[in-house]
Design a protein around this ligand. Structure first.
Ligand code: ADP
Ligand code: TRP
Length: 334
C-alpha cells in the first residue's frame, strides 16, 4: 500500500509563487510515489473572507491552479473541505483532546495578538474564534484521511506538529490506533520564498507574484523586486539577491551557474537579471496559464470536478468518522 500525502490551500486570494513553490509543486511531485489527498481549505478561509462572491471566486482560482499545474483529479482525492461535513464533526471531537495552550501558541493567532499589542489595541481585537481554533480544523483535515506526510511551507510546520501530537494523545487515551501520526514535509530549498520586498512572499504583505499573470503584468511585478543600488559595472552577489533567489528555483543547474557567473563578473544591470527571471517564469507557467484561464472561463467545469471529488472522499470520511464515534461511545451515525 502506498503512503498518503495530503495538503490544503486556503482560498484567500490569487495563488502566488510562494504557494506554488512551498506547497503545490512539492505536493505534485509526491504524486509519483504517494496516494494523494489535495483539497481547498475553504472553511479555513472563512476566518478572514466574509464575502460570498469573493469566496466563490477564490475557490475557483485555487482549484483551477491545482488543475492547471498538473493535478489529475482522477487519481487520488481532490475536493473542497466544505463538501465534507464529517471533517467538522471530527474537528469538534479533536478539540476535546487538544490542550488550550496549543491554540495560545499557534503562530497565526499569536501574530495577531502581538500586532494588537504593538498597536496598543485590546489583545482580542479582530480575533474571531475561527482564527483561534484554526489548528483544530487543520488537525481534522489531516487526521481524517490518514495522511502520512503533509507537504507545506515552513510557516505551517507547527500546525502539522499539533496534528501529530493530537493523534498520539487520542490514540493513547482511547487505547486504539485510530489515527495515523502524520509528518510535515518541508523542502529546505523552498521553505520561505521571498516576495518583492524580500520578506516572505505572502498575500498579507502585498508582495506577491501571482502564478498566471500575463507577461506584461508579470513584468511590472518583476520590475518591482527590490535589489541593491550597485552600479552596472560592480560585481554582484547572487546569493543575497531576491531576483537570483527566485530565478534559481525555476532554472536548470546550468542556467543558474551561468547567471551567478554573470552577477560576479560585473557589468550586469538589474534589467538583465529581471529579464532572465521573467523568461524562466514564462517558460514554467505559459502553457499552464492557458489551461487556468480556460477553466476560470468555465467555473461550472471546476464545480463538477470538485463535486465528483467530494463524492469519492465522503464515504472514506464517513467510515473513518464512524470508527472515531464508536471508540468514543457514540456508535455509528445513521
Ligand atoms: P499566504 O501567506 O499568502 O496567505 P497561505 O498561508 O495561503 O499563503 O499558504 C498556502 C501554502 O503555501 C502553505 O503551505 C504555505 O506554507 C505555502 N506558502 C505560502 N507562502 C509561502 C512562501 N513565501 N514560501 C514558501 N511557502 C509558502
Ligand atoms: N493552514 C494552511 C495554510 O494556511 C491550509 C491548510 C488547511 C492545510 N488545512 C490543511 C495545509 C491541512 C495542510 C494540511 O496554508
Amino acid at each position: 500500500m502506498k503512503k498518503i500525502s495530503l495538503t490544503g490551500i486556503k482560498p484567500t486570494g490569487t495563488p502566488h509563487l510562494g504557494n506554488y513553490l512551498g506547497a503545490i509543486r512539492p505536493a505534485l511531485e509526491l504524486a509519483k510515489d504517494y496516494d494523494t489527498v489535495y483539497f481547498i481549505a475553504d472553511y479555513h478561509a472563512l476566518t478572514t473572507v466574509h464575502d460570498g462572491k469573493e469566496m466563490a471566486e477564490n475557490i475557483h482560482k485555487v482549484a483551477a491552479t491545482w488543475l492547471a499545474c498538473g493535478l489529475d483529479p482522477e487519481k487520488g482525492l481532490f475536493y473542497k473541505q466544505s463538501d465534507i461535513p464529517e471533517i467538522f464533526e471530527l474537528s469538534w471531537a479533536l478539540s476535546c483532546f487538544t490542550p488550550k495552550g496549543f491554540m495560545n501558541r499557534a503562530h497565526a493567532y499569536k501574530a495577531k495578538v502581538e500586532a494588537n499589542r504593538a498597536n496598543g489595541e485590546d489583545l482580542d481585537t479582530n480575533v474571531n474564534m475561527g482564527l483561534y481554533c484554526y489548528p483544530c480544523l487543520m488537525d481534522a483535515d489531516i487526521l481524517m484521511f490518514n495522511a502520512d506526510v503533509v507537504p507545506v511551507g515552513k510557516d505551517q510546520k507547527q500546525h502539522v506538529e499539533f496534528a501529530r501530537d493530537v493523534a498520539i494523545r487520542f490514540n493513547k487515551q482511547m487505547g486504539k490506533d485510530v489515527f495515523v501520526v502524520p509528518e510535515p514535509l518541508i523542502q529546505e530549498t523552498t521553505d520561505v520564498i521571498p516576495g518583492l520586498d524580500g520578506r516572505k512572499m505572502s498575500k498579507s504583505y502585498d508582495n506577491t507574484i501571482e502564478l498566471f499573470l500575463d507577461e506584461k503584468a508579470r513584468k511590472k511585478k518583476v520590475n518591482k523586486i527590490v535589489t541593491n543600488s550597485l552600479p552596472l559595472e560592480a560585481a554582484k552577489d547572487p546569493d543575497t539577491c531576491n531576483v537570483f533567489n527566485l530565478f534559481k528555483l525555476f532554472a536548470t543547474p546550468e542556467e543558474t551557474a551561468a547567471l551567478a557567473e554573470t552577477y560576479r563578473a560585473g557589468g550586469m544591470g538589474w534589467g538583465y537579471a529581471k529579464g532572465e527571471l521573467q523568461r524562466v517564469l514564462e517558460r514554467t507557467f505559459g502553457e499552464a496559464r492557458e489551461k487556468y484561464n480556460d477553466l476560470m472561463a468555465h467555473p461550472d467545469r471546476i464545480d463538477e470536478i470538485l463535486h465528483a471529488g467530494a463524492e469519492k472522499a465522503r464515504p472514506i470520511a464517513r467510515e473513518h468518522m464512524d470508527k472515531v464515534r464508536e471508540v468514543l461511545g457514540y456508535g455509528k451515525s445513521f
